[in-house]
Design a protein around this ligand. Structure first.
Ligand code: PEP
Ligand code: MG
Length: 846
């Protein structure tokens, strides 16, 4: 309880709030004080910090925590009445002005950590892995305010003009927030907007800006400096909640700067000079595009869905990315060393030596797997029973076309041209675009390039187009809906594509089509432009194919009509799913609902593909669903003509296709369609993924002599890595878990320096023996307490009906009891010799 001690102009109280006087209670207190006709100040007697009681920002900056003694001073008319009113508020209302908040929780989304990482679990932050890989570097917090060079150098000739600019920006921002508040929204959203409004109305904030303008700063410089002043004060607080408010101030400052300079200043150039992990609340694709790619080693975002465009871009650039990490910009301060593990969906700070060794090995393993898969790169993909499927790439620049072809792309299924319009001051000219598209078809070397006309809007804003702000941009003015109004832009792009068609196999595709009328309009425009080019004697391919994306559910029910009008279709599952399931693709919170493996969505896809094929037209898929290897049996059974995926996935996808038979996929798909929920579909897919054609138990690829492992944990992991590189498992962590489950019950150290860890699990695709000969023996907890110099892993499939597990294990254990066998094995220092000896002695056919 707050205690009030009376005195004519001053009283003291003790802060009764669990989380201190943070934004919400401070805003309410300042609101109450604002209605009193007197000058009011508050001093935190613990720190001596003094605050204006009418300013929430000023109160927050005083860093008042639970139990801090504070003094309130009143100067002005009606001191006595004001004092009583305030005292009453402090005693009665203040304790109730905040619900206790919990510290941010770090939760693991799924799965278990490999043993070597468990020691690091206290420094792990969990999120959702959306672009695989491992990245290491120093945190760079983007979105933190950086003032562009031209604004730093700006000279303020007339302070009253600068004041006016600030006033106008404040008025516009206030209007905007009030407008948003007038719409119905959740209490949480209302709370945030009210806190933002309080910052905009804050007297200390505007006083600070006036002071700075009086000192000769321009409007922009004053907002930047003033904002920084408050941000730094709040960031000093021990309380995460108060530190969080720094983000609110930053956001308001950025809005004010945008209002004044009419451009998006969050895209201020951030210079990277060393391996960096970019940390942000959210990231616009153009922000990513402006960063120097050579130094960006990974992304950590607080808010982003698996199909946000920044994430799609990250995937196409091969950047390891984890999203949904709570409070990312606060918990990872700039400069901190981070590891982004976008295989498991975690971010690690302060990694130990064991963690570093783990990730170094993991990076080597990923690279060796990539090299192993390269053999599939340039062959066309077909299932074991000869069902072919084209695997094309999604790109957003002509440079990427070249990289995609080198990765084995059969063509370009989606060239996202809007990226050419982003991150710059004005649109590229027709000529510039023509050169880009011509270069794309040139490097594609006769393969088809599907160029999608600009898909601006949604989460792909292009500031120089000055499109209106929208409450619901994904349902608004985006894709082909803007073409009619932006004729010059649209026609310039169309002409550029048509002209490039004279140089290779280009196809044109329109985004966000929702009706037949739009298609007819598009065709009439193309016909007109063809006529124009003809009159100007400019070459183009008269047979260039025209297609549309299937992203809006309405088109799925007029496919017969559309098939009469267009040559092909490509299913954009990112948007199709968000509109079909009514789930914002950018919102990590509802990501689970937007699962493309939902039976209803699968039925919808089947309807679409069947209808198009009934009308003898071609249909591909270019949404992110196509690039997720788990979905392959579905994509094969759907009988798509092509899938278009991030280039980094192409070799693995081609390899996977060669392991499936189309009849099996059809049977799986029938079961998936009949499933009742996503989980059932995922189980069906997971089970299939672990079956494979028979392979020999032994393979030279699975033997390492001179291993440098330093511990049991490392040895187990290295054996699993060998199975992964050889394509015998994709589920490394699950396999490790099963091995340790057995190992913790009893040690598999048989004595005499040998250990035989073993497991039964369908996490391996084929029964396997992997062998490590260690450079230095390691402790294993063996029955004779001797360290182990040779580790032999036996991994048998759960569904193996021959009981090979027990047979091989028993035979091996018997052999190891024989000194002559042990002696001979220890003498062999070549994997081929070891293979031959094991094969002979254990009677294992190769
Ligand atoms: C899609 O919606 O699936 C698609 C490929 O388009 P984008 O992701 O660029 O919106
Ligand atoms: Mg789309």
């Amino acid at each position: 309880m707050a205690q009030g001690v009376c005195n004519p102009v001053e009283f003291t109280f003790i802060c009764p709030l669990q989380n201190g006087l943070h934004a919400r209670p401070a805003t309410q207190l300042a609101e109450f004080a604002g209605g009193l006709a007197a000058e009011l100040s508050l001093t935190n007697l613990r720190t001596g910090a003094c605050a204006n009681l009418k300013s929430p920002l000023s109160i927050i900056s005083a860093d008042i925590r639970l139990g801090d003694q504070c003094s309130v001073r009143i100067a002005g008319a009606g001191d006595e009445a004001v004092l009583c009113a305030l005292r009453e508020y402090v005693v009665r209302d203040l304790p109730r002005s905040d619900e206790p908040l919990l510290e941010p929780v770090r939760t693991r989304s799924n799965g278990v950590l490999p043993r070597s990482l468990e020691s690091a679990s206290s420094n792990c932050y969990f999120g959702l892995a959306v672009s695989p890989g491992i990245g290491k570097g120093k945190a760079v917090v983007v979105g933190a305010m950086t003032l562009p060079a031209e604004l730093s150098a700006e000279r303020a000739e007339d302070p009253s003009r600068e004041e006016r600019r600030i006033d106008l920006a404040f008025a516009a921002l206030r209007e905007r927030i009030k407008g948003m508040l007038s719409r119905s929204m959740s209490p949480a959203e209302t709370g945030v907007l009210k806190a933002h409004l309080a910052i905009v109305d804050d007297v200390s904030f505007s006083q600070k800006l006036s002071e700075l303008v009086a000192k000769g700063r321009s409007a922009g410089q004053a907002i930047f400096e003033g904002g920084k002043f408050f941000i730094e004060q709040l960031q000093r607080s021990d309380s995460a909640y108060i530190r969080d408010r720094a983000i609110d101030i930053q956001e308001m400052c950025l809005h004010l700067l945008e209002k004044i300079y009419k451009s998006n200043l969050t895209i201020a150039n951030i210079e990277l000079h060393e391996p960096s992990i970019v940390v942000a609340e959210t990231l616009a694709p153009q922000q990513l595009l402006t960063l120097r790619r050579q130094w960006v080693k990974g992304l950590v975002l607080e808010y982003a869905g698996a199909t946000s465009h920044a994430v799609i871009l990250a995937r196409s650039l091969g950047l390891p990315t984890v999203v949904g990490v709570k409070d990312a910009p606060v918990v990872f301060p700039a400069g901190q060393e981070l590891v982004v593990d976008a295989t498991r969906g975690l971010v690690i700070t302060n990694g130990t030596a064991a963690v570093r060794r783990f990730y170094e090995r993991e990076q080597r393993t990923l690279e060796r797997r990539r090299v192993a898969l390269a053999r599939h790169t340039h062959s066309s993909a077909a299932t074991v029973d000869g069902h072919g499927l084209e695997v094309a790439a999604n790109v957003s620049s002509s440079e990427e076309v070249e990289l995609a072809i080198a990765s084995g792309a059969d063509g370009i299924g989606l060239f996202r041209t809007e990226m050419l319009f982003m991150g710059r001051d004005r649109a590229p000219s027709e000529e510039e675009q023509f050169l880009t598209y011509r270069e794309a078809v040139r490097v594609a070397g006769g393969r088809s390039v599907i160029v999608r006309t600009m898909d601006i809007g949604g989460d792909k804003p292009v500031p120089h187009l000055n499109l209106p702000n929208e409450t619901n941009p994904f349902l608004g003015y985006r894709g082909m809906r803007i073409y009619a109004e932006h004729q010059e832009l649209f026609r310039g792009q169309m002409r550029a594509i048509l002209r490039a068609s004279a140089f290779g196999r280009i196809q044109i595709m329109a985004p966000m089509v929702s009706s037949l009328e739009e298609v007819l309009w598009l065709k009439s425009q193309i016909a007109e432009l063809r006529g124009e080019l003809e009159r100007q004697s400019i070459a183009f391919d008269p047979a260039m194919r025209v297609g549309i994306m299937i992203e809006v559910p309405s088109v799925a029910f007029i496919l017969d009509q559309l098939c009469d009008e267009v040559d092909f279709f490509s299913i954009g599952t990112n948007d199709l799913n968000q509109y079909f399931m009514a789930v914002d693709r950018d919102n990590a919170k509802v990501a689970a609902l937007s699962n493309v493996r939902h039976p209803s969505f699968l039925r919808f896809l089947k309807h679409i593909v069947d209808d198009i094929h009934k009308n003898n037209k071609w249909v591909g898929m270019c949404g992110e669903m196509a690039g997720d290897r788990r979905n392959l049996p579905i994509l094969i059974a759907l009988d798509l003509d092509e899938i278009s995926v991030p280039r980094s996935q192409i070799p693995a996808i081609k390899d996977d296709i060669s392991r499936f038979s189309s009849s099996e996929c059809e049977e799986l798909f029938a079961r998936a369609l009949a499933s009742r929920n996503v989980e059932q579909v995922e189980n069906i897919l997971r089970d299939r993924y672990s079956e494979d054609q028979p392979k020999s138990l032994l393979d030279p690829e699975l033997i390492v002599v001179d291993s440098e492992c330093e511990s049991k944990e490392e040895a187990v992991r290295e054996l699993i890595d060998l199975l992964y590189i050889a394509g015998r498992t994709d589920d490394l962590d699950r396999l490790e878990q099963v091995i340790w489950a057995r190992e913790t019950v009893y040690s598999t150290g048989l004595g005499h320096g040998f250990a035989i860890p073993h497991c039964r699990s369908d996490a391996v695709r084929a029964n396997s023996i992997a062998i490590l000969k260690l450079r230095q023996p390691i402790p294993w907890g063996s029955i004779d307490d001797q360290p182990v110099g040779m580790v032999i892993l036996l991994a048998i499939r759960d569904s193996d009906l021959n009981n090979s597990h027990m047979q091989v294990l028993a035979k091996m254990a018997r052999k190891l009891m024989n000194e002559e066998f042990r002696q001979k094995v220890l003498e062999l220092n070549d994997s081929k010799q070891i293979l031959a000896y094991f094969s002979k002695e254990l009677e294992i056919p190769l």
